[in-house]
Ligand binder design. Sequence first.
Ligand code: 5AD
Length: 466
Amino acid sequence: MKDKPSLPIYNSHSSLPQSEMSVSSASVNEQSARNVYIETYGCQMNVSDSELMAGILTQSGHQTVSNIDDADVILLNTCAIRENAETKVINRLEHLNHRKRREGNLIIGVCGCMAQHLRDKLLKAAPYVDLVMGPDAYRNLPMALNAVASGDPFLGLQLDKSEDYADIAPIRKEGIRAWLTIQRGCDKMCTFCIVPFVRGRERSIPLKNLTDDVKRLVDEGFKEIVLLGQTVNSYHDGSHDFGELLWSIAEVEGVERVRFTSPHPADATDSMIDAMENCPQVCKQLHLPLQSGSTPVLERMRRTYTAEEYRELVLKLRERIPQIALSTDIIVGFCGETEQDFMQTYQLMADIRFDSAFMFKYSDREGTLANKSLEDDVPETEKARRLNEIIALQENISADINQATVGTTASVLVEGDSRRDAEQYHGKTDTFKTTVFPKEDAQVGDIVNVKIHSATTHTLIGEIAG
Ligand code: 5AD
């Protein structure tokens, strides 16, 4: 493969003159207006960032399209959290390059965390990529499209602590549940994690902006607001903490439900727990990443809590909010994890009995603290065995917990037709369990009482209680 010449690194908006800080620094006439297709990989934060990118592009005269065949620009909004996330995008790029060779003028861009992680190395791996843009540079998208149209590739990789996009209106698909970014970046520095390096330092969006956003979302018909941040509960805008934010969002007229993801256990303050306990709109559900049940492993991960402290936090949450549903993230095979460490994770999961869990094999990421200073020494086959063991354990626990709901009645927010049967709706309980039931005369957006008559590992099945 032929290397491209070295490319200019454009600065993000903070280094532009004040007059150019808004989005539309690149004028677009009808000829240069583009049809942009955005394909999103990874977490909900990326989904939310894609909505932001759509807002920025639309504000400057471009349009987003929902059919990739109509696109003259394809932007992949990518993830860097594990190696396989990046492999998937490289494969996708190779596929898109076939179309580019056929069509000639197709613009291909890689945005988001993988762009920030691989930087100009991405252009060496995929020289047909026209645009590489990290999460703090999206304001430059219109300018970048102009630049690449005139033949120059564009790199936008400056991280910018002041960039919170608070003034940009994202474009969301119509719906029931809206994802609202309340914080960007991360200051935690867990040794396994690439996020602080690709998303920069933590910054919170002012509470007033967020409550105004939520008023607009309610007017647009959204019923449930999900607050997003890398360590969402470390939110602080200088005057208000996360508990205060929860109350303020919940009190916006018309908000039926509020959730948030993902909190850090070390920031599970009384202010947060009080809001969860006492604010009726705040759902009784918490995704609380544990990562490991072994204190020495947690120390090497720099998680800043011990296994015992996590156990005590769960006790406290269950005492204050007895109906709370808990889910978690677990990594197996982290650097130096012994069989005994792993058994502690297994045992803690068996004791706590999470409603559900996302479980991963440790993936060494270049640039992280673990990559620099710890050895990725658990063999791949051993990582796989440990992963399979906790998956089997968790499947049993989830099935048991769901089975125990049979005979109870749950309040369910109706989200739309069930994928398998158009005569049925699907929706989520307050505890975030997927529930399927016959439609009767309920409407999408209603909250209905559903009597549960059976359950699988991942779904509750019932009917609307008369
Ligand atoms: N390897 C495996 N899993 C990881 N996660 C983050 N970094 C890594 C990594 N290097 C997992 C953590 C985190 C979730 C979003 O992804 O469990 O909570």
